[in-house]
Ligand binder design. Structure first.
Ligand SMILES: *[C@@H]1O[C@H](CO)[C@@H](O)[C@H](O)[C@H]1NC(C)=O
Ligand SMILES: *[C@@H]1O[C@H](CO)[C@@H](O)[C@H](O)[C@H]1NC(C)=O
Ligand SMILES: *[C@@H]1O[C@H](CO)[C@@H](O)[C@H](O)[C@H]1NC(C)=O
Ligand SMILES: *[C@@H]1O[C@H](CO)[C@@H](O)[C@H](O)[C@H]1NC(C)=O
Length: 422
């Protein structure tokens, strides 16, 4: 089908649902308070303390980092772990499941679903990072989000600037030689790219746990595929630049009214269309909460860059700006490649699944084959329907994913140097 047609029917759906919004308000059930909470409020509503740290990158972006503090263990010396979200997401990803589900339940030995809170209860010093351009990072020393130039970035900048700056800051603040890292989706891609490019970060991370790992994107099965195959559309996006899918009032209203109503299936189908169908693992009554926090915004260029990855066979490379643009930016006609075979980190754990429309097993194979040091864990979720979002939102994420994350961190993460000052 013609991708332009798909895009316009997509817009049609948005338009119709927005007209319905007003009418649906009256039939929708009560709004969940988590829809209105930001990451800090989510943390505090669950009985933890939250710290927000602002970190400045050398190119002027101000990144917000959220830290979860357990008020009952303020003086403990803790192992430090950084959790990094994926595309169009935010720090809220790791703390967004229903309350009570993230705590350690002594009786059932279930480790719960909110990996951020679970790790805190397990004695970790938990930091949640945000990439430039998302809900919490629309801040720059000289540029404003209304300026196109603010959005001239892709995951290249997340990988080569945001991530190392964040890691340095967390290591400095906690006085830690190494920190643990859990990335989801694009959060794994940027770590692979960083470790391929700057050798010293291989030694700073122990372990690196990759949920739904991304390198090449040749097996992608979602609408991104259609975008990727339409050169005119791609060129237009690249030329237009600017912001893509911010968490604005329009989307929020839509999420609140439609997803809360008896038309929930519209929202769940949008999610399934993007991530793979898994009816059993998605908590339908919570869709509205998820969709008021996601999408959290990124740049149009970033979407272009990812779409380019769908077409680039067996290579992971920097943003292709066209021949002239490449010469100007990189000093060569083709964008430089990331060489995953240069990764020297010895503590990489891969967790992937079979029904992931964005992290296909063929593409995970690319990573497996490139890594020179064999991973400490190469786990493919046994449950066949497990999709891209189930790693963070799945009803059984506690049992299937988080238990393994804790075990890996307990085994491989190192204690910080001086403990935590609060
Ligand atoms: C933490 O340490 C400080 C200073 O050593 C002390 O005053 C405080 O009571 C301690 N807090 C707890 C909860 O142990
Ligand atoms: C922007 O960053 C500064 C710290 O440099 C912070 O005080 C301010 O709250 C931030 N603004 C937003 C909207 O995040
Ligand atoms: C971390 O500490 C080093 C050495 O003191 C310093 O050069 C660097 O700017 C710090 N980085 C951050 C992000 O705080
Ligand atoms: C599903 O979400 C609802 C609403 O947030 C929550 O009350 C419930 O505990 C969740 N159920 C499961 C099984 O996750």
């Amino acid at each position: 089908m013609n991708p332009l047609l798909i895009l316009s029917s997509w817009q049609c759906v948005l338009l119709i649902t927005s007209f319905l919004t007003f009418h649906l308000k009256s039939v929708s059930t009560a709004v969940d308070p988590d829809e209105k909470r930001d990451a800090v409020e989510l943390i505090e509503s669950r009985g933890f303390k939250a710290e927000t740290h602002f970190v400045r990158t050398y190119d002027g972006y101000i990144l917000a980092l959220h830290r979860i503090v357990d008020p009952e263990a303020v003086n403990a010396t803790r192992k430090v772990v950084l959790l990094q979200h994926g595309l169009l997401a935010s720090s809220a990803d790791f703390i967004i499941n229903a309350p009570g589900e993230g705590m350690f339940d002594e009786s059932s030995q279930e480790v719960g679903k909110n990996i951020g809170f679970t790790l805190t209860r397990f004695g970790y010093d938990v930091w949640l990072s945000n990439s430039r351009g998302n809900t919490y990072c629309r801040n720059h020393t000289t540029l404003r989000p209304t300026q196109k130039k603010f959005w001239d970035f892709t995951w290249d900048e997340h990988a080569l600037i945001d991530l190392p700056t964040t890691i340095d800051y967390v290591r400095n603040t906690t006085n830690s030689k190494t920190i643990g890292y859990v990335g989801h989706s694009q959060g794994t891609l940027i770590m692979f790219a960083l470790m391929s490019s700057k050798k010293q970060y291989n030694d700073a991370i122990k372990p690196f746990i990759a949920l739904a790992p991304i390198g090449t994107l040749n097996g992608v099965r979602t609408p991104v595929r259609y975008l990727a195959n339409n050169q005119i559309l791609l060129d237009y996006f690249r030329w237009r630049g600017g912001e893509f899918l911010p968490s604005n009032d329009f989307i929020r209203n839509l999420a609140e009214s439609v997803c809360e109503s008896r038309y929930t299936y519209i929202c769940t189908n949008i999610l399934f269309l993007l991530a793979g169908y898994d009816q059993l693992q998605l908590n339908f009554t919570r869709t509205a909460v998820y969709l008021t926090h996601t999408p959290a915004g990124s740049s149009a260029w970033n979407l272009c860059h990812l779409a380019q990855g769908v077409k680039t066979r067996n290579r992971v490379q920097r943003f292709d700006l066209g021949r002239l643009g490449n010469i100007e930016k990189y000093g060569q006609e083709e964008p430089p490649q990331y060489h995953f075979e240069r990764i020297t980190n010895k503590y990489i754990a891969l967790m992937s699944s079979q029904n992931d429309w964005l992290s296909d097993q063929k593409d995970v194979d690319y990573i497996r084959n490139k890594l020179v040091v064999p991973p400490i864990l190469d786990y493919v979720v046994e449950y066949p329907q497990w999709n891209h979002l189930d790693f963070i939102w799945g009803k059984d994420a506690g049992r299937i994913i988080n238990g393994k994350i804790i075990k890996l961190l307990d085994t491989y993460a190192e204690s910080g140097g001086g403990g935590v000052e609060i």
